[in-house]
Ligand binder design. Sequence first.
Ligand SMILES: [Zn+2]
Length: 755
Amino acid sequence: MRTFRRALLCGGLSLGLASHAGAQTAPLLGFTPQGSAAERALEAKFDSSLSADAIRARLQQMAAEPNQVGSPHDKANAEFELAQFKAWGWDAHIEVFSVLYPTPKAESLELLGDQPYKAQLTEPPVAGDATSARTDGALPAYVAYGGDGDVTAPLVYVNYGMPDDYKALARMGVDVRGKIVIVRYGAGWRGLKPKLAQEHGAVGCIIYSDPADDGYGPGDAYPKGAWRNENGIQRGSVMDMPVRAGDPLTPDVGATANAPRIPIADANTILKIPTLPISYGQAQHFLAALGGPVAPKGWRGALPLTYHVGPAAQVHLVVQSDWSQKPLYDVIAVLKGSERPDEWVVRGNHRDGWVYGAEDPLSGQSALMEEAKSLGAMAKAGWRPRRTIVYASWDGEEPGLLGSTEWAEAHAAELQAKAIVYINSDGNGRGFLGTEASYSLRALLDQAAGDVKDPETGVSVRQRALANLAVKGAEPGATEDDKKRGKAAASGVLPIGDLGSGSDYSPFVQHLGLASINLGFGGEGSSAGVYHSAYDTFEHYDRFGDPGFHYGVALAQTSGRLVLRTANAEIAPLRFTNLADTVGDQVEELKKLTRTMRERTEAIDKLLDQRAYSLAADPLLSSAPPEREAAVPEIDFKALEDAVTRLKASAKAYDEAAASAGALKPERRNQVNALLQGAEQSLTDTRGLPGRPWYRHLIYAPGLLTGYGSKTLPGVREALESRRWPEAGEFVGRTAAVLQAVSDRLDKATALLKG
Ligand SMILES: [Zn+2]
């Protein structure tokens, strides 16, 4: 789904940790000095088996045919990997789930009227790309979990189709009720576009990639360059994932064959209106047919036409899907731990693509398999991890994180009792390290990044990421976020993103409360232009994604270190000062947000009282004044402030005790590890977030109106943003309670460490 191509942390940001002089000799978190030396020697052995050519060959094979859910090649890839794991000495099996997975039966899009036009909904082969010609079994233009329908209606252009766009349309006097909307990709999760259109009364939705954002705007189109050409289509899921991920018919339980299933009519994550994605070559015909008001400046893309809003032109949209069950094949491989087999380190990457899936996801998948090969070789040579290592190749990620979510739900109790960490990757490419992580894992991630060499420059991938961010932040025109990241990076702190959604870590961290990491390289290779398109082929990736596959090896080295260090550390390598400091900053942010909202509301009220909007309006154009908003009351944040103060003290005491802890008696060590294993879960509330109980984490979640991007302290922040004041107060209390629960745990662990 989402990978570290462009964004490189588009989720929220909070600061990492200070610089790492002498990284190669510093003791590793959770290890004694002798243990650190032995661990580094083991990692050197691990590296020695990693091969860029092997990663390349495996990707070429796995991306040779369409491998979406339900396709023969997806199953063949699962069986291929099962055989590989077994050959490498892992205890491996395929876990099958049965999910509702719609596929297109009939679809069409036509412009009616005196200049009729029928849209092309497939991607023709590209010269020099043999794979793109092997189209048997490839999905045409399609989004999964949109509604079925046969509708004819006037067309309206709604820009990115986000809440502010509908507010602007209302002020222009344009109503989308009973209309079909055309919306461009970007500025938010794909699924929000048809969802918000549906909520505003539209009867159909067309999503296209505007070349300004995703085509010849950023660079030459494929095959000349890497970027999306006029025929490139971005498929995807429009499931209402910000409400719940996973199979729509088996909420909260694994979709095993005999699982209880709800009727499809009751599935609240399936949308109602027919929706189709198209290329900009096709969209041009529909946008050119629009009249009505000229689109506001910020709505205009890069197509050679004047962008109008409409409504105009009659459009006929048909989508009929085959709503049947399909099997998912999750490949699960286990290396049992020697000392603590009931403590698990879980590593995963999805395997299913939308068509050939070379960059997304097989670039990351092939690196994961290379790690498994090397770990297997070490195990065959007699090595055993302390804790159990579980490797997973997920199916069904693209339609809605299905394979990972069903597995997480099916094994929820065992995972919550045993898993220490979940480490995720997705697509990968040439460039800079991008990371998102639970706050307690940032020190581990920062240290590991300091120990992996960047293939292009020879410095550590950590140092290179810092340089990149510092330069970006100092550029003229840098965004506030880039400036913030740049400042942190310039002071040697590696910015690490907050976990929102968009890949398989979501069920682990946000539903089960397991400490998680998401990582990948990117920012130089350019695969964004073929995202979810039939042009995301081995040929495109070999030319533009990661020529030489050196970043495949860098990903394997970085993730491999995270797995090995978590599996072998005496004490689980978690640290908590970052959690306390970051949440403290976020509480201050929320207080500032409330103040800003109050000032803005009062300012607009004043302008409304003075009739300033109608006086300033152009009488020839219809534009209404903004709605008057509810006044912003005082919100009592004391409970949260107190919880943060205590957590800062508890975290400091724990981190200091952990850093100076010597060898512990096994029983005491196991008690400390048990407390740490449950720390992230303490940040969850089983009642979940308002209107979406599947999301239980009270510190980070995907925004209801962002879909991918993370919202921190989501219960409080989203209630404030949508002016639900009593709910904001309630979640101040609930969030304070989970912070107190973590402090309780840390105080116990510190006492044990201090003995
Ligand atoms: Zn993906």
